[in-house]
Design a protein around this ligand. Structure first.
Ligand SMILES: Cc1ncc(COP(=O)(O)O)c(C=O)c1O
Length: 1010
């Protein structure tokens, strides 16, 4: 019999057994199993079972223990995702039956749980890991009163007996690896006593990533759908169970501490841990990994040719060798995530500080109760102008607006700030990577030389000089002790380092003594003179190198480890604690105050407080790469726009009924970029208003009403603009198509009627206009004109085939119509090769409409047309738009266009766009779900498709949301919302597009593994 035949024989034998003893008619397929034979059995109703045929010689107690445990869990916690044992036709959970050779085997059946194993799932989200913690805790809770003689067993996977590996360390030939495992064994030795004191109970003992099932796919949240395989159960402290699961959760996770904290918090929420247990997780986790590597090294000695043994070790070594996590800090993190005192005695220290508030010596030599607060927060302050670079002179002036003749003012604790611009504050490779922003201290700003007084007796723990720009300069850390002998620490940064002559570690400074003084910027890290006063309840893991600011997403740890030091300043906590605006409150208020069709992007909306070029910052200072917003054309918060606006508002902001040279200067700038026949400008406030006006001009000039426009277009939100916007009027609930509007197919040569392999496609798409014109004429409306976004954007970032628009315009003109180019999305250099989209099409419009980017956020719309059309419109009735063409608007519009020229932003769009396009095409080659990459300059679209080529809207939505998780803002468009829309401010660089391509690749891999 060959392998195939023997496998078929095996399956038919066990299928017959299944039918005979369980009355289940099913197809069998083999599952992986280390020792036993496991089959997936699917019956006609598609119910699934796991048929387990134990290895011959398997002891009955081992299976019996599992059967009873499954029954026990089902009885105690019926809602837990746990398989149950299917009884045989005669009611037995476990039978001894002959295998195909006639040998007796123990056979039993479980129902199959939905989902795939956790090991195969990406991403392993924090919510999923938390769920895992809860399920694991649910199992432990349910098993708490389970008993079985088999639970007390002497085997290598009982973590309490893991010290067996100390005898085997010599199997590791690499001395550095051996040293790592030795260190782990020493750590284990230290906790053995504590571990022995923990109560024992039945635990799963092997919640590895192949024993955890996950249901759901990328379209919705995933959840844990099962914890399987009780074959390694034993009686042990429950913390071993959690540590084992944790050992797998951290492996190859991009943020292992966050993943670990999520698992522990999920567990704690269901089956609360003690502080002693929380402290054991990290050393036990490492010990479990050590057991794994020693075990597989020993096995590889027995089976040297089995590559699997080495492969399975790789992630463990990657973690043990490559992850520099500090045990002390991790303990604090795990205690903090459980809401336990962050270190032993932390609760007592806090209570003592509370009690002593008011009795400490005044740090600044005076009562600070009335000292004013000054906010340097992301929301309230504009320090620094560039959140990626704080020059020396700005740092030295920080907060100068709060200065009042040397009077002390205070900076907030818990305040997110953008002033920490050094690379040391960034937590990843990109500008939009997480950064540490939240201040963990209180600042007291006062003139340099101001003496500082010790609030309470302390011993010098560190007295140093840190010379880096934006570092501490002179810094002192004191260690204090409460009367109950609990220790805590205070830090004083940005000092004059003169104290170095007087103070050294170990010296004692008495309460009330003046022990140092504020430095000036030449010696304090470059800052405006102040002291950074921070409290820490432990230095384990931070020693003398305390972070003065923390990642906003890690505040659960840092608030606990470095709490508000207000008590030591004899101040109320609330006076010095900053509360960033609560996003959920703003959301609730918005819902109460606005219409519900004022939509928000992302189910967890982003609240933005600052912008700079093509980056945005939320209220916590989290950075985002803005690859979506085209309105801030020359970049968010451009200094030249700020200056022009402020300057003009100091002078006059009036309207077009009065003369001002700014109006003509702006008009001339626009006309300089347009073909000569376009001579007359109309200034309005928005793209919608400009398109509304375009309709009026076309009608005035042609004497007709009918408009031809491509399907899925968008031209604005006014009544007339909606009528010519199929993207709106054709939506369910839309106003429907007006009688005077005729739609033509979008010239989409990727998905439309004529494809890229047809050299005549531009003409064929253009020919579709003929029927539309005739229809309008037949209905008696005549033809007023044709309007199109030159490159359809909401239609899916489409570049029409070259020559399409020129051919359409010919037809329209021949029929007496006006050709309107809506360049709101495409104009002003975005396309790189061209300043306007119609140039690419060799088409000459009669009216050009500009909007959005022309004001860089200031409301501005422009219409430019021929003298002849403008004259047809002049019927004696005044045209007036109150704010259109205001002095301010004209100056802003011209400044935007000047910046595009001065900063060579059109060239940047060309260069960065071409490079980016190459990166995107490479991704397309590797990922079938990218059907098309198209665009020009920084007007780009990625069409996402299903294997059958249809529009993959769900993939598109997934990608858009995952990109946001990675801090990249993109849009989605197209009739089926399956086109990723990329149109960043023109300041974007190749470093940023590399970030987009890198992250996009990661996200696309998640889809491949869905
Ligand atoms: C192509 C196009 N035209 C016109 C408009 C309308 O501009 P506004 O929103 O300034 O009225 C938009 C807005 O998205 C647009 O994309």
């Amino acid at each position: 019999m060959n392998k195939h035949e023997s496998d078929a024989h095996l399956r038919s034998h066990w299928a017959a057994t299944l039918k005979e003893h369980w009355d289940i008619d099913a197809q069998l397929s083999r599952l992986d199993g280390e020792y036993d034979l496991n089959f997936l059995a699917a019956d006609a109703s598609r119910a699934g079972y796991i048929l387990k045929v134990m290895r011959s010689g398997c002891e009955r107690w081992l299976v019996d223990m599992q059967v009873q445990a499954f029954d026990h869990i089902k009885a105690r916690a019926p809602d837990l995702p746990c398989p149950h044992v299917v009884r045989s036709s005669c009611g037995q959970p476990l039978l001894s039956l002959p295998d195909e050779n006639g040998d007796q085997r123990l056979v039993w059946i479980l129902n199959q749980l939905p989902g795939r194993c956790y090991a195969k799932i990406e991403p392993k989200s924090i919510a999923l890991i938390q769920d895992f913690g809860q399920v694991l805790a649910g199992f432990a809770k349910a098993l708490k009163d389970f008993d079985h003689e088999g639970l007390v067993r002497d085997f290598k996977w009982d973590l309490t007996r893991a010290a067996w590996i100390t005898e085997e360390l010599c199997c590791l030939k690499d001395p550095s690896r051996r040293a790592i495992v030795e260190d782990i064994c020493n750590g284990f030795e230290e906790l053995k006593q504590d571990l022995a004191e923990q109560p024992r109970q039945a635990i799963h003992n092997d919640a590895n990533d192949y024993n955890v099932m996950v249901a759901g796919d990328f379209t919705g949240p995933r959840h844990i759908s099962g914890l399987i395989d009780l074959g390694d159960m034993c009686a042990a402290p429950r913390i071993c169970d959690l540590a084992i699961a944790a050992a797998y959760v951290v492996l190859d996770h991009p943020e292992p501490e966050t993943a670990l904290a999520a698992l522990v918090s999920g567990y704690h929420a269901t089956y609360p841990l003690t502080a002693a247990e929380a402290d054991m997780i990290w050393p036990l986790l490492r010990m479990r990994l050590a057991v794994s590597v020693i075990n597989s090294t020993l096995m590889s000695a027995e089976a040297p040719d089995d590559p699997y043994v080495t492969i399975s070790q790789a992630p463990c070594w990657r973690f043990l060798e490559g992850t520099a996590l500090h045990g002390g800090l991790l303990k604090a993190r795990l205690r903090a995530v459980c809401g336990l005192p962050v270190v032993e005695g932390a609760d007592r220290v806090l209570a003592w500080l509370e009690n002593e508030r008011g009795n400490f010596a005044p740090l600044m030599g005076q009562d600070l109760a009335d000292a004013p607060m000054g906010s340097l927060s992301v929301e309230q302050s504009t320090w620094p102008q560039n959140p990626f670079h704080m020059p020396l002179d700005e740092a030295a002036r920080v907060g100068e607006e709060f200065e009042d003749q040397g009077r002390i003012w205070l900076g907030y604790y818990h305040e997110p700030r953008l002033i920490y611009t050094d690379l040391a504050f960034r937590k990843g490779p990109w500008k939009a990577s997480n950064r540490r922003t939240v201040h963990l201290a209180v600042d007291a700003f006062a003139p340099s030389g101001t003496p500082l007084t010790v609030p309470l007796r302390g011993e010098v723990f560190a007295a140093e000089y840190r010379s880096g720009h934006l570092d501490y300069g002179g810094v002192i850390i004191l260690r204090h002790e409460t009367p109950q002998r609990d220790q805590f620490y205070t830090l004083y940064g940005h000092l004059d380092p003169e104290f170095l002559n007087r103070l050294k570690p170990g010296d004692v400074v008495e309460k009330g003594v003046a022990f140092c003084q504020l430095g000036d910027p030449s010696m304090n890290g470059g800052w405006a003179p102040h002291v950074h006063f921070q409290l820490a309840l432990s230095t384990d893991g931070i020693e003398a190198d305390w972070p003065g600011v923390a990642d906003p997403d890690e505040m659960y740890l840092w608030r606990a480890l470095c709490p508000n030091p207000a008590a030591l300043l004899n101040l109320a906590d609330d006076k010095v604690r900053y509360f960033p605006t609560d996003k959920m409150t703003v959301l609730a208020e918005r819902k109460a105050r606005f219409g519900s069709n004022l939509s928000l992007t992302y189910s967890d909306p982003v609240m933005l407080a600052r912008g700079w070029k093509h980056h945005l910052f939320d209220e916590w200072g989290r950075p985002y790469l803005d690859a979506y917003n085209n309105v801030p054309h020359v970049g968010h918060a451009h200094p030249r726009i700020q200056t022009v606006v402020a300057d003009q508002l100091k002078r006059i902001n009036s309207n077009t009924r009065y003369l001002h040279p700014a109006q003509t200067a702006f008009a001339e700038k626009i006309l300089s970029k347009l073909p000569d026949h376009l001579e007359v400008c109309f200034f309005v406030n928005s793209g919608s208003e400009a398109n509304e006006l375009a309709l009026r001009l076309a009608r005035a000039h042609s004497g007709a009403k009918g408009i031809v426009t491509p399907d899925h277009g968008y031209h604005g939100n006014t009544t007339g603009a909606i009528d010519i916007s199929a993207y709106k009027f054709n939506k369910p609930g839309g106003v429907g198509q007006a009688d005077w509007v005729e739609l033509v197919e979008v010239a989409d040569d990727y998905r439309g009627s004529y494809r890229r392999n047809d050299p005549d496609r531009a003409r064929k798409f253009a020919n579709l206009v003929d029927a539309a014109v005739i229809a309008l004429q037949q209905k008696g409306h005549g033809l007023a004109g044709f309007i199109a976004e030159t490159f359809p954007s909401v239609g899916g970032q489409i570049i029409p085939p070259k020559g399409y628009l020129a051919a359409v315009y010919d037809k329209i003109r021949n029929a007496g119509g006006i050709c309107i180019a809506d360049e709101v999305q495409t104009g002003l250099g975005r396309l790189g090769q061209h300043y306007f989209g119609f140039e690419h099409q060799d088409a000459l419009p009669d009216i050009v409409v500009l909007g959005k980017p022309i004001g860089n956020g200031h409301p501005l719309g422009v219409l430019v047309t021929t003298r002849e059309i403008a004259e047809s419109f002049d019927n004696g009735i005044e045209f007036f738009s109150t704010f259109g063409g205001s002095t301010l608007s004209c100056r802003v519009g011209k400044e935007v266009m000047d910046i595009v020229d001065d900063e060579a932003l059109q060239e940047n769009a060309l260069v960065v766009g071409e490079e980016f396009m190459k990166q995107l095409k490479e991704l397309q080659n590797a990922h079938d779900c990218i059907g098309d990459v198209r665009g020009m300059g920084l007007f780009l679209g990625l069409e996402l498709v299903n294997p059958d080529g249809s529009e993959a809207s769900d993939i598109c939505s997934y990608v858009k949301n995952r990109m946001r998780d990675h801090r990249i803002l993109l849009g989605s468009e197209g009739p089926c919302d399956n086109v990723l829309k990329i149109r960043p401010p023109l300041t974007i660089t190749t470093e940023d597009t590399r970030m987009i391509a890198t992250v996009l690749e990661k996200v696309l891999l998640e889809i491949q593994n869905r």
